[in-house]
Design a protein around this ligand. Structure first.
Ligand code: NDP
Length: 473
């Protein structure tokens, strides 16, 4: 019998995705470059459903029902290109190739265009939730044509996470839209983690609290508006004790954060689109700073403020509010980036739907996303999430605490680039007049770049090197 859908690439993610499909009653064709992995899957989990194993790609393609649906779950990059090329040669017009790896959206746009010329549907799909999500229900962000969504959507929604019975999977938009949205998801994940790390660091330094005490704080926070997967697992990690030394686990881990590149991609794209995603940028740079031990050793003798142990229990609640306010800013920036990309690439993204599909399955899953959904439901043309009445009220309620937190951090020399830059963004956006006017003046002075006036139309230039009179440009 022919299989309903296929998965090629059976490492952690692909294997679990194939099992998820099989458990939902689909007959799944399975293939991996090294056949051993395929055999292993069938041997270990064959009882979970119907697997149709193939040793080579031609047999794999031949084992699929038409139109064929094949999901690629191989290492992102050159490997993906190689597998796409081989699959495309074996497939026929109308068939669908799904790339579920972490591809860059530019690569997905390129691949989609090339395969469309050959009559094939290429579906760049973001999948979040790691190993566990792939098996039990990830958040799925498919791009590609409407026709491919019709043939694939029901299956992907079937195996995705559900929140209140709603699948965490919608058709994101054409070509690279799915991978773009997954990229921004990861960028926001960087930002969320940085803000959590700053909260922990500041409370530990200021109050002298132990990781175990802070685990209780995060557990308490998880019962309120911060309720989310990342806050929940922060408590777990902070509570962990190293078996070998008896020390807190977090104290035996090397303090250099690694990255696979999606945060960097998000920031690079934001620079191209002209969207200030300062929260994601600071989070990415903070990881980079941590990863330079030679510079850190060289700078270790530089002077700090000679102040410590400021603040009492009230700092805990202040930090909670600063964390929530900064999180609102980070998400506002990420959603701005998706809106800008939607305009730039003609994707027609439904921002409220993006909040919906991140409510479950993925790493940034949180109660909070319901509030973002509600904000876009109330006003689909919202210029910034900061202006939504619910978020505006939360920022209003938290901004004094937020300022005290940043002040305390500066006083005792604890770096909080996430909190500080989010506050600067908030203060920048709400300002009546910005010093950008002076920058325009300087640009006109040295480069005759011209400026616009607040009181009349048109562009102007002042003759700075001559009589300093103004002329229409
Ligand atoms: P890896 O990224 O570790 O990739 C290993 C798989 O790729 C193996 O099946 C390997 O085959 C195959 N492969 C590598 N190069 C080639 C090639 N040139 N030709 C054919 N096959 C090749 O696997 P993961 O399961 O961790 O991730 C798969 C994809 O999912 C990646 O793009 C990843 O970024 C993405 N992803 C991963 C998440 C995670 O939590 N791990 C979460 C979300 C997405 P072989 O067995 O023969 O070596």
């Amino acid at each position: 019998d022919l299989a309903d859908i296929g998965v090629t690439g059976l490492a952690t993610m692909g294997r679990n995705l194939a099992r998820n499909l099989a458990r939902h009653g689909y007959a799944v064709a399975v293939h991996n470059r090294t056949y051993g992995r395929t055999q292993q899957l069938v041997k270990e989990f064959g009882g979970e459903g119907t697997f149709v194993p193939s040793e080579d790609l031609a047999a794999f393609v031949a084992s699929l029902k038409r139109p064929r649906r094949a999901i690629i779950m191989v290492k992102a990059g050159a490997g993906t290109d190689a597998v796409i090329d081989q699959l495309a040669d074996l497939m026929e017009p109308g068939d669908m190739i799904v790339d579920g790896g972490n591809a860059h959206f530019d690569d997905t746009r390129r691949r989609e265009a090339a395969l469309r010329e050959r009559g094939l549907h290429f579906v760049g799909t973001g999948i979040s939730g790691g190993e566990e999500g792939a098996l039990n229900g990830p958040s799925i962000m498919p791009g590609g044509s409407k026709e491919s969504w019709e043939a694939l959507g029901p299956i992907l929604q079937d195996i995705s996470a559900k929140v209140d019975g709603v699948p965490c999977c919608v058709h994101v938009g054409p070509d690279g839209a799915g991978h773009f949205v997954k990229m921004v998801h990861n960028g926001i994940e960087y930002s969320d983690m940085q803000l959590i790390a700053e909260s922990y660091d500041l409370l530990r330094q200021a109050l002298g609290a132990t990781p175990a005490e802070l685990a209780s704080v995060f557990r308490e926070w998880n019962r309120g508006e911060l309720d989310s997967y990342l806050i929940e697992i922060t408590a777990e990690v902070l509570d962990q004790v190293d078996a070998e030394t008896g020390k807190p686990f977090v104290d035996v881990v090397v303090d250099q954060a690694e990255q696979k590149g999606t945060g960097r991609w998000t920031v690079q794209s934001a620079l191209d689109l002209g969207v200030p995603v300062t929260g994601i940028a600071e989070a990415t740079f903070a990881r980079a700073l941590s990863g330079h031990p030679e510079q850190r050793a060289a700078a270790a003798s530089l002077q700090g403020p000679g102040l410590s142990g400021v603040g009492g229990r009230e700092l805990v609640e202040d930090v909670r509010q600063a964390l929530y306010a900064s999180k609102i800013v980070a998400y506002a920036q990420g959603f701005d980036q998706m809106a800008a990309a939607s305009r730039e690439y003609g994707w027609d993204l439904d921002l409220g739907a993006m909040a919906t599909i991140w409510r479950g399955g993925c790493i940034i899953r949180a109660k909070f996303l319901d509030r973002i959904r509600a904000a876009y439901d109330a006003n689909p043309a919202l210029p910034t999430l900061l202006a939504d009445p619910t978020f505006a009220a939360a920022l209003d309620a938290g901004q004094e605490a937020w300022r005290r937190v940043v002040t305390t951090a500066v006083q005792i020399g604890v770096p909080t680039p996430g909190f500080s830059s989010a506050l600067a963004y908030y203060d920048g956006l709400r300002r009546d007049r910005l010093p950008a006017a002076l920058i325009q003046g300087l640009r006109d002075y040295f480069g005759a770049h011209t400026y616009r006036r607040v009181d009349k139309e048109g562009s102007f230039h002042t003759d700075w090197s001559g009589d300093r009179t103004e002329h229409p440009a």
